[in-house]
Write a protein that binds this ligand. Structure first.
Ligand code: IPE
Ligand code: IPE
Ligand code: MG
Length: 237
């Protein structure tokens, strides 16, 4: 990555990048592999990309790994995805420590077994000493998150406001994403970070997630830095 962009990241102009990791199935199909194989490759790539984002100074990375709607997929694919998730929970602690990343899982954990939930918590606790955040959205839906945040605010006896609701979102430890990147050519959010995406810049690439490289991240960042963000105001100089 160019020095100029690194300097702008260091200055806090790009604090949070979020990825909609799409295209694992198409990647596998093109190679005559099973969809599960595509997810396996996608899971490896996500660790490399998260590490790269940390290396270039981005302090918050979010990845969309499994949506509340992905339960509609065939049982065999869901099984493959859950197995990959379980494997990640069992093996990620050391890699997170090496990369100095703090993992936080976004989404409804209630559907998972007690053992899975415990391992999710253990990984979060163990990595909580690091300040670069890796949010992994798993069984995550933007609408469900907003409903959950409203319920939590009401249960705490709070009035509903942007501030109280924001404080109960799964992403409460991260600022809103500055940049949302979607791979595999689709032009939609698919229920991802609906609240937080209000003023995010959007970048789509035809690259399938398993083909994603640091050079593609650089391209997305270059596009981001070429944009003018107004947040509703008139463009300043
Ligand atoms: C993204 O890849 C991963 C998940 C949604 C779990 P897909 O599985 O959606 O891949 P395509 O879109 O079928 O290529
Ligand atoms: C979005 O991808 C969800 C994740 C990347 C986890 P999908 O492949 O599920 O999205 P749609 O169904 O094409 O909108
Ligand atoms: Mg898809």
């Amino acid at each position: 990555m160019e020095e100029k962009m690194l300097a702008r990241i260091a200055a806090g102009e790009l604090r949070h990048i979020a990825f909609i990791m799409d295209g694992n199935g198409r990647w596998a199909k093109a190679r005559g592999l099973s969809r599960g194989e595509g997810h396996r490759k996608g899971a490896q790539v996500f660790e490399d990309i998260a590490e790269y984002c940390g290396n270039i100074g981005i302090r918050h990375v979010t990845v969309y790994a499994f949506s509340t709607e992905n339960w509609k997929r065939p049982p065999a694919e869901i099984k493959a995805l859950m197995r990959l998730f379980s494997h990640y929970l069992d093996t990620a602690a050391q890699r997170l420590a090496e990369k100095k990343l703090r993992v936080i899982f976004l989404g409804d954990r209630g559907v998972f077994s007690k053992s899975v939930r415990k391992r999710m918590e253990a990984l979060e606790e163990k990595s909580a000493v690091y300040d670069r955040i890796l949010n992994i959205a798993f069984n995550y839906g933007g609408r469900a998150e907003i409903v959950h945040a409203c319920q939590a605010a009401l249960a705490a006896g709070e009035e509903i406001s942007e501030a109280t609701l924001g404080a109960h979102l799964y992403t409460r430890l991260s600022p809103d994403p500055d940049l949302i990147v979607r791979t595999a050519g689709e032009m939609r959010l698919s229920n991802f970070l609906l609240w937080q995406a209000a003023y995010a810049e959007f970048y789509a690439t035809d690259t399938l997630w398993p083909d994603m490289t640091p050079a593609d991240v650089d391209k997305a960042c270059a596009a981001y830095f070429s944009r003018k963000r107004n947040f509703g105001a008139l463009p300043g100089e």
